[in-house]
Design a protein around this ligand. Structure first.
Ligand code: HEC
Ligand code: HEC
Ligand code: HEC
Ligand code: HEC
Length: 400
């Protein structure tokens, strides 16, 4: 990333900042038959660079300039001492990926089958966190193997009684769980809070939509979690409400028998091609530099790492797509045959590739994962106006 170059000195200083004082993930031998598959799993975590965003993978921290979440947090916390005015602007612009869930304790929480499916077809879990888990080039087998490494010994099943759910609903309301948690059709209450890196801000970002809990949480640990979340994950920001077992069982039943669904974003109509002229500067400022550039930048400028979408990363090979200049974007991206192709040329559906990737991201957010990976990878889809701008720019002959 170009930023890497800009702050290398600062990053090296920041490098001495405290390491996460968290237990590493050590798969218990009893649960995975062969330690060979644990080793293979660690290799997958390294190959897909899960530790660039997540703590608790068991891998050593990557170099500071590779830490997506780590660098963002240091900037937001004001630990990256930039002498220029830009640091205030960076803080303002940095909204999407200030934090990511820690994977150290998912073994006691999440279901293997849910994780394996989620890794192949990620969807939004935390409405307060703009970034999502990115789609990675993982096979079904690799996703399944990762799920056993992350969850070596799932807890046994527990059944809940539907009769307890009504009392759980009352507790849910009186304990104000909705202050942090969205619940399907009910969004979390304090919407536009200032993000940042305070525990309160992180908790709001990290609180999952509880409509997903019955699909993803291990039934056998849900009551223990509700009674004392820190007993399963000492660092979790979920508060301990000191519930009695019977209260926790009621709440668990309420969540388990709920019919709430994860909200699906509305289908957004494509806006008509603009009649006024759209030039490179406008598209660059509003779309490419704003978001795409963080993974598709000039490799030479960024000391060889042009980002995951240019020189490769997160398990993706080099796509060679650089959006940092007009000339670079015109030189296209590597096609499946290993030869460069124009991103303005139509795909098999008659849609220019550059537009197709933006529409694919929209579809992914609605749960439709086509073969075409959506862009921006793992970040919120572009607005209708941004897509209109790109589409108009291409249709008008992608003028300089
Ligand atoms: C570019 C950053 C990034 C990378 C790389 C990444 N993740 Fe994630 N991952 C996220 C974010 C952000 C979330 C939270 C998404 C949400 O809650 O909506 C997430 C969520 C998850 C979850 C769900 C955890 C929970 O508590 O809900 C698992 C499991 C996971 N990632 C595993 C992995 C694995 C395994 C890899 C490597 C193969 C990986 N991630 C690579 C950003 C990343
Ligand atoms: C050396 C520090 C550093 C690293 C490493 C880093 N970023 Fe950033 N990132 C920044 C800064 C600074 C900004 C704000 C830039 C601005 O104001 O234009 C930013 C902004 C962004 C944005 C746009 C703003 C937003 O919040 O949506 C995205 C997307 C992004 N980064 C993704 C990533 C990803 C993905 C990685 C890991 C591959 C990464 N970054 C690694 C420093 C970093
Ligand atoms: C201060 C904010 C906050 C409040 C209030 C809160 N939670 Fe949480 N909760 C969290 C956070 C943060 C997590 C994610 C913890 C993690 O993964 O480490 C979480 C996780 C959970 C989970 C696991 C969900 C999943 O799918 O992984 C459940 C269940 C849960 N909370 C239930 C409740 C209930 C019930 C209440 C009310 C009694 C409540 N929470 C109140 C912050 C909060
Ligand atoms: C978090 C990193 C990331 C961000 C942000 C990102 N990309 Fe990508 N992009 C990638 C990766 C990785 C690939 C390679 C995917 C592959 O090999 O299938 C890629 C590939 C592409 C391709 C080639 C697709 C193909 O099938 O040939 C285009 C076009 C593209 N990105 C456009 C964009 C645009 C436009 C944006 C901003 C709206 C953007 N990307 C933001 C990581 C990113």
């Amino acid at each position: 990333m170009p930023l890497v170059l800009l702050f290398l000195a600062a990053v090296i200083l920041a490098c001495s900042s405290k390491k996460e004082d968290r237990p590493k993930l050590t798969p218990s031998a009893s649960a995975i038959d062969a330690s060979a598959s644990a080793t293979a799993g660690q290799q997958l975590l390294a190959r897909f660079e899960c530790h660039r965003c997540h703590a608790g993978t068991g891998l050593d921290e990557p170099a500071p300039e590779k830490q997506c979440v780590g660098c963002h947090r240091r900037i937001l916390a004001g630990e990256m001492d930039s002498s220029s005015d830009s640091s205030e602007a960076w803080k303002r612009n940095l909204t999407s990926l200030p934090v990511a869930p820690d994977l150290a304790h998912v073994g006691k929480k999440l279901k293997r089958a849910w994780v394996a499916d989620f890794l192949r077809r990620p969807h939004k879990v935390r409405p307060g966190l703009p970034a999502s888990m990115p789609r990675l080039p993982l096979s079904d087998n690799e996703a399944a193997l990762l799920s056993t490494v992350l969850i070596p010994a799932p807890s046994g099943d527990q059944r809940f009684s539907e009769a307890a759910a009504a009392r759980g609903a009352e507790l849910f309301a009186s304990l104000n769980c909705g202050a942090c948690h969205a619940f399907g059709s009910a969004p979390a209450r304090p919407r536009n809070y200032a993000g940042g890196t305070t525990p309160a801000g992180d908790a709001l970002m990290l609180a999952p939509d509880l409509a997903l809990t019955r699909h993803r949480f291990q039934s056998g640990s849900l009551v223990a979690w509700l009674m004392n979340p820190q007993s399963l994950d000492p660092q979790t920001l979920m508060p301990n409400f000191a519930l009695t077992e019977s209260q926790a069982v009621s709440l668990a039943a309420f969540l388990w028998f709920s019919k709430e669904q994860r909200p699906v974003p509305a289908l957004v109509e494509r806006l008509p091609i603009l009649e006024r002229d759209v030039g490179w500067d406008e598209v660059f400022e509003s779309v490419f530099k704003n978001v795409c550039w963080h993974c598709h930048s000039d490799a030479e400028f960024a000391m060889g790492d042009g980002g995951a979408g240019n020189t490769g990363g997160f398990g993706y090979g080099a796509k060679g797509f650089d959006v940092s200049s007009y000339e670079a974007i015109r030189s296209g991206a590597m096609g499946p045959d290993g030869r460069r192709r124009s991103v303005f040329a139509n795909d098999e559906n008659g849609v220019p590739l550059l537009l197709a990737v933006l529409l694919a991201r929209r579809a992914e957010e609605r749960g439709q994962h086509a073969e075409q990976i959506g862009m921006p990878l793992g970040f919120p889809s572009m607005s209708a106006e941004q897509i209109q701008l790109v589409e108009s720019w291409i249709a008008q002959g992608h003028l300089r």
